[in-house]
Design a protein around this ligand. Structure first.
Ligand code: FES
Ligand SMILES: [Fe+2]
Length: 415
């Protein structure tokens, strides 16, 4: 449960709000690379942290992320012409480069200095792993771009499912940090009556949580034999990334995992990016089947307005929800709470302890920033950057081996 003031503090993401200011200090996903696939392709609209923007790729392949509305008189640059290293407004032909410089004002008299007096909103972008990341914060506070392990694998070993969630990002994030829902919301009934989501039947593993400078790491520990424990390590990475150990096991190791970004479009809408990858080999067609669950605008085909096409017969015999696809199941659970759930009315239990910790961590980060402290997990000196150690994994460990020692040793060995 949160107070009304805390709930407001955590959920309001526009630029004039404390959380909006905090989120703007991080590199965040703006869109997929494939949305602007080639030089001089059509621009696309991007709504991010309550701001309307357009993204384009210029003739040299550079990415621009500009305010949607032309600084001359406000026409949308979404309709603009992407030509010769700039985006040109269709109303009077003002042309912008990726840095927001006004290159031409062709309707003005020769010798006009107007273009040198105005500058358009433009944000820095970096492309990695098939996503375009943007930095919307103050220029002088720009951190090192975090080269997480999952962003460094070859593109063919990556698959990203993007979808729009019609609710606040914190609801989605609460879901990522809530492993107890796996045994219910995502349960599939097998012909023998057993559920098939997890390999092991122990439904209440022990959780051990460590606060890290970038967020949290969580170990779910299951006793699977007298002297063997099965350990799965997840991570919460500031400001809204949930990394979970899913995927195939090869020789007792995980072949990749999933990083989920819950990126606020505004207070009431969230861009969810499920970033799957394999360490060992390319994704197959089957791996990337989730694309079919959204339309061209990344809105879900099954959504709140059609009750996710829930099938009550299926709910009796096939799975717990009667809804197809785990992303739709998550969406139903989080969107049906309302755009911003009233957290003063919650009744949290022991199974919600991780959610409580993540909220506390975020609240502290917001309040610290208000008090002038740097946000957690940011790195300003590339020589100090050590992002590759942020990763999920699993292990089968004898009782006398600590998972902390095991994973720390293993991560050191990767360097
Ligand atoms: S409104 Fe864009 S050039 Fe005039
Ligand atoms: Fe889920």
């Amino acid at each position: 449960m949160l107070s009304r003031e805390e709930n407001e503090l955590l959920t309001r993401v526009h630029a004039d709000q404390p959380m909006g200011r905090l989120l703007r200090r991080y590199w965040i996903p703006a869109l997929l690379s494939e949305e602007i696939p080639e030089a001089d392709c059509p621009p696309v609209r991007v709504r991010l942290l309550g701001e309307d923007l357009v993204a384009f790729r210029d003739s040299e392949g550079r990415i621009g992320l500009l305010g949607e509305h032309c600084v001359h008189r406000g026409t949308s640059l979404f309709y603009g012409r992407n030509e010769e290293c700039g985006l040109r407004c269709i109303y009077h032909g003002w042309k912008y480069d990726v840095q927001g410089n006004v290159l031409e004002t062709p309707a003005e008299p020769a010798g006009s200095q107007l273009k040198n007096k105005v500058h358009h909103t433009a944000y820095s972008c970096i492309e990695a792993g098939g996503m375009v990341f943007a930095y919307l914060g103050p220029r002088e506070e720009k951190p090192v771009f975090p080269t997480y392990a999952w962003l460094g694998v070859p593109q063919e070993q990556i698959y990203i499912a993007k979808s729009l969630l019609e609710c606040n990002y914190l609801q989605a994030l609460d879901g990522d940090c809530d492993s107890s829902h796996l045994n219910f919301l995502h349960k599939i009934f097998k012909p023998d009556g057993r559920h098939g989501f997890l390999q092991y039947e122990d439904q209440s593993p022990d959780f051990e949580i460590d606060e890290m400078e970038f967020g949290f790491r969580v170990a779910a520990i299951r006793k699977i034999a007298a002297d063997t424990r099965y350990v799965r390590v997840s991570q919460f990475v500031m400001p809204f990334i949930g990394c979970v150990p899913v995927g195939r096991e090869i020789d007792g190791k995980l072949d990749g995992f999933k990083a989920v970004y819950q990126v606020p479009a505004d207070d009431d809408n969230t861009w969810r990016y499920d970033f799957f990858f394999k360490w060992s080999k390319p994704m197959t067609k089957q791996d990337s089947s989730k694309r079919a669950f959204v339309g061209a605008d990344y809105r879900k085909l099954r959504n709140l307005s059609n009750n996710y096409l829930q099938d009550r017969q299926m709910q009796k015999t096939v799975n717990f929800t009667g809804i197809e696809e785990f992303l739709n199941q998550d969406a139903c659970a989080t969107e049906s709470m309302g755009a911003i759930v009233d957290r003063t009315k919650e009744h949290l239990g022991a199974s919600d302890s991780y959610i409580i910790q993540v909220r506390r961590f975020l609240l502290k980060a917001v309040r610290d920033l208000q008090a002038g402290k740097q946000p957690p997990g940011l790195v300003f000196d590339a020589a100090q950057a050590d992002f590759a150690r942020i990763r999920c994994d699993i292990a089968y460990l004898p009782a006398n081996v600590s998972w902390r020692t095991f994973f720390d040793d293993k991560v050191s060995a990767h360097k």
